[in-house]
Design a protein around this ligand. Structure first.
Ligand code: C5P
Length: 338
């Protein structure tokens, strides 16, 4: 697969500075298959890149080996307590330096708009954008750039969603652990309202909960005979007819329904109770389809009329309260391969 070097509008605008937009993704469909030897699960998913994301600015300079990461913007407070060496951007820089030997000092500013732990791929997209921007800066400084295959290898080691973002695909059928990416045409004329209560849903914990539910004999959601081809074809039909599902959602909803009213809002049960309310509200506000992205915590509604979508965003924005999140987005434009 070809990695687009100009992905995310990466642009070297001065001798030693690069800017990139790290777009968010939605999982319109997410089937979690069996657990693999390496502990990860095989997936089958329809990924859609949105025209909404984080803005990165990467400046090279200062002492060799130095690294400063500044997180700003609406969602930065949610990761304020994260130790720097656990920030996926820090890990991306360390991997890139190990692989290339390019140890120019770096200052990275991130305008964080994508909620962390929101199932929108924010961290993975930041990592992909940082890798591509560093590759452009290193090349400009005379260091041989990494090949697409090398970038994909170090990206996959950083996180399962990173290869999708490196691919630059506007939409894709994604399988394997997340590294098998078949680009598809994004659907046209749709508006997506993203809504969350403002609590992260830890990915590893969500997979554990799903495994427990399956060990306990819980039926899998909507397994059905739908093959990948049929699902991809459905992407271009009216959202009212979308046969998509998310295997995490029924597990979270069941937790929510079975727990007392006062369960903590950031527990799986609390999140599940929140999803039930938000998904119902998206539907009542006119969404043709409503679902959960990734392993949570962002719900999304799909609308065919912009005004209806704007109204839903405004209504949910008001109802979700202080930490809540409601945004209107559209599919990102397809980007040409370099
Ligand atoms: O790769 P990523 O950082 O997104 O994965 C976080 C955790 O989610 C993994 O440690 C694993 O427990 C789980 N996971 C999985 N199968 C995948 C992706 C993630 O089991 N395909």
């Amino acid at each position: 697969m070809q990695v687009m070097q100009d992905y995310l509008k990466t642009e070297v605008f001065a001798e030693a500075t690069a800017r990139a937009t790290a777009y968010a993704k939605l999982n319109l469909h997410l089937a979690v298959k069996g657990r693999r030897q390496d502990g990860f699960h095989n997936l089958e998913s329809i990924f859609l890149t949105l025209d909404f994301g984080d803005a990165l600015q990467i400046e090279a300079g200062g002492a060799a080996g130095g690294l400063e990461i500044v997180m700003e913007g609406g969602m930065a407070a949610l990761i304020a307590g994260l130790p720097t060496d656990e920030n996926i951007i820090f890990k991306a820089v360390a991997s890139f330096r190990r692989e290339t030997g390019w140890d120019q000092g770096l200052r990275i500013r991130v305008n964080k708009m994508i909620p962390p732990g929101g199932g929108l791929g924010g961290g993975s997209s930041d990592a992909a954008a940082a890798l591509l921007a560093m590759n452009a800066l290193a090349a400009r400084a005379g260091c041989p750039p990494l090949s697409p295959a090398q970038l994909l290898r170090i990206g996959a080691a950083l996180g399962s969603d990173v290869p999708f973002f490196l691919s630059g695909a506007a939409a894709a059928w994604v399988s394997g652990r997340g590294e098998v990416i078949e680009p598809v045409r994004p659907p046209a004329g749709l508006f997506f309202v993203l809504a969350g209560a403002g609590f992260p849903s830890p990915t590893a914990g969500a997979f554990r909960l799903l495994s427990e539910a399956r060990r306990g004999g819980s039926p899998l959601s909507g397994g059905g005979p739908a093959g990948g081809r049929r699902l991809i074809k459905a992407l271009y039909e009216s959202p009212v007819d979308w046969p998509f599902w998310n295997d995490f959602l029924p597990v979270f909803l069941r937790e929510g329904a079975a727990s007392p009213e006062n369960c903590p809002p950031d527990s799986p049960a609390g999140l599940g109770r929140g999803y039930a309310g938000i998904l119902g509200r998206l539907k009542s506000l006119g969404a043709g389809f409503a679902g959960l992205s990734g392993s949570g915590s962002t719900c999304f509604g799909v609308f065919t009329e912009k005004a209806t979508a704007e109204n839903a965003r405004d209504a949910l924005g008001g109802e979700l309260g202080g930490a809540g999140f409601a945004v209107l987005a559209q599919p990102a434009k397809a980007r040409p391969a370099s």
